[in-house]
Design a protein around this ligand. Structure first.
Ligand code: UDX
Length: 444
């Protein structure tokens, strides 16, 4: 079996490296952050990801997985090197490639025999060629052969280990058949569909896939907004649409839009790629704009329900951008909570695991509670931003007793309308008819 080196122990690098070791490969993960490597060597995982810690421990104990901050030695010992460093969004929306460039330069300086260098990070089309150039220009002996390839990652946070172990396809775009075959063989134990293509097409597939999913979400959110105006229920509409296999039933959950480390970044990056290439990608621009506006519905609905927010106490349930992760990047909570405070409201927030992460970005006046019910106590309304299991299964009669007014603004459509009616709530969700107080007239 080949030895795999992974540069970058962020989300993608750590999960993919660990899963490659789980199926039997020898994997060395490397990072410039020595403190992080020291922690990983003690099996302390810097991110919350179900199942990851067990896999890291098992494979470290089996000596299949190791961690190092000595990049040169990792390059010497590996046959295939994955670049999985961060590509953050720069102010123009473009992906910042400085970490990719640095990794490529380090590879060029250390390479002594044939290697396959694979980009796993989401990078603009043309980055594979750039990596090739940088390696070449840093080689002390330019006769040493190497190939570059793109093998994009399609992991979802919160189910990344499951997604990696059960990957639906491996997209491989390489500069030679030899390299494509080496990467394909690495995937044999995953028994997945291998799709070989050009370097540029593989790079494009990642952006096209992610922005298509983002477009699906913005589309259903736009439909939800119309549903509210015409008296339809978007959950029913999505079900009916999803029965058509050409459409499929996934990623049609209306709500307050997408967040996280991928969709916001990748939609902006592809828009930038399109602009630079001379194509006016209006459709994608609308996807982004629809998403930005969607989260603001929470404030509109809240003001409609309880009026002016000055001195009102609001419970916010969920800070992470989605359940099963402590990631708050581009989370609706980070824009909505400051907005609530700006409008004079006081905020009591609960999240099962993302409080420390959110605290770094939110004003000090936010009160965090360890218990969901404490967040709701004495509040004028409760706002749901993340559909955590704890939220979806909360005891509604207890919530009703704790709230000053039985008002719930649900940005994730967690509850059936009939149930909320029976429980006596005033319930505002996304793209569905409002449930008003027993004596009020039902409006659409
Ligand atoms: C995504 C892609 O799914 C993954 O393939 C890619 O590699 C990285 O980006 P991730 O960001 O972890 O993964 O989460 P995902 O589960 O896809 O959800 C993204 C966002 O869309 C979340 O904010 C979620 O709340 C939202 N979403 C998702 C919806 O609003 N409606 C849906 O129907 C699905």
């Amino acid at each position: 079996m080949s030895t795999i080196g992974v540069i970058g122990t962020g989300y993608v690098g750590l999960v993919s490296g660990t899963c490659f070791s789980e199926v039997g490969h020898q994997v060395i993960c490397c990072d410039i952050d020595e403190a992080k490597i020291a922690k990983l060597q003690r099996a302390e995982i810097p991110i919350y990801e179900p199942g990851l810690e067990e896999l890291v421990k098992r494979n470290t104990n089996l000596n299949r997985l190791s961690f190092s901050s000595d990049i040169a030695s990792v390059i010497h010992r590996s046959d295939v090197i994955f670049i999985a460093v961060g590509t953050p969004m720069s102010p123009s929306g473009e992906a910042d490639l400085s970490y990719v460039r640095a990794a490529a330069a380090a590879i060029g300086q250390s390479i002594r025999d044939y290697k396959v260098i694979v980009t796993k990070s989401t990078v603009p089309v043309g980055t594979g060629r750039l990596v090739q150039e940088i390696i070449r220009s840093n080689q002390s002996d330019p006769s040493i052969p190497f190939d570059v390839a793109s093998n994009p990652e399609f992991l979802r946070e919160g189910s990344a280990v499951h997604d990696c172990m059960n990957m639906e396809r491996a997209v491989i775009g390489a500069t030679s058949d030899r390299a494509a075959e080496i990467i394909a063989r690495l995937h044999d134990p995953f028994r997945t569909t291998i799709f070989k293509t050009s370097l540029e097409s593989a790079e494009m597939i990642k952006y096209a896939a992610n922005t298509f999913l983002a477009a699906k979400i913005s589309f259903i959110n736009a439909i939800a907004n119309i549903c509210e105006r015409v008296g339809a229920d978007v959950t029913e509409v999505a079900k009916g649409m999803g029965l058509d296999s050409r459409i499929g039933n996934k990623f049609l959950q209306a709500g307050i839009g997408y967040g996280g480390s991928c969709f916001p970044k990748d939609t902006h990056a592809l828009k930038h790629i399109a602009d630079v290439s001379g194509y006016d990608f209006k459709l994608l621009e609308a996807v982004i704009e629809t998403n930005d506006k969607q989260r603001m519905l929470v404030i509109e609905k809240l003001e409609k329900a309880i009026g002016n927010l000055t001195d009102k106490k609001i419970a916010v349930l969920g800070l992470a951008f989605k359940p099963n992760t402590n990631d708050v990047r581009e989370a609706p909570s980070l824009t909505l909570i400051p907005k609530l405070l700006e409008k004079g409201a006081r905020v009591q927030a609960y999240d099962p695991i993302a409080v420390e992460e959110a605290r770094c970005y939110l004003p000090d006046s936010v009160v965090y509670t360890q218990d969901l019910y404490d967040a709701v106590r004495d509040c004028d309304a409760c706002v749901i931003l993340t559909e955590w299991k704890e939220v979806v299964t909360m005891e509604l009669d207890h919530i009703r007793e704790l709230l000053r007014k039985p008002v719930i603004i649900d940005g994730r459509n967690c509850f059936a309308l009939e149930r909320m009616r029976q429980e006596g709530f005033e319930y505002y969700s996304i793209g569905r008819p409002e449930v008003l107080a027993p004596n009020a007239v039902l409006s659409v």
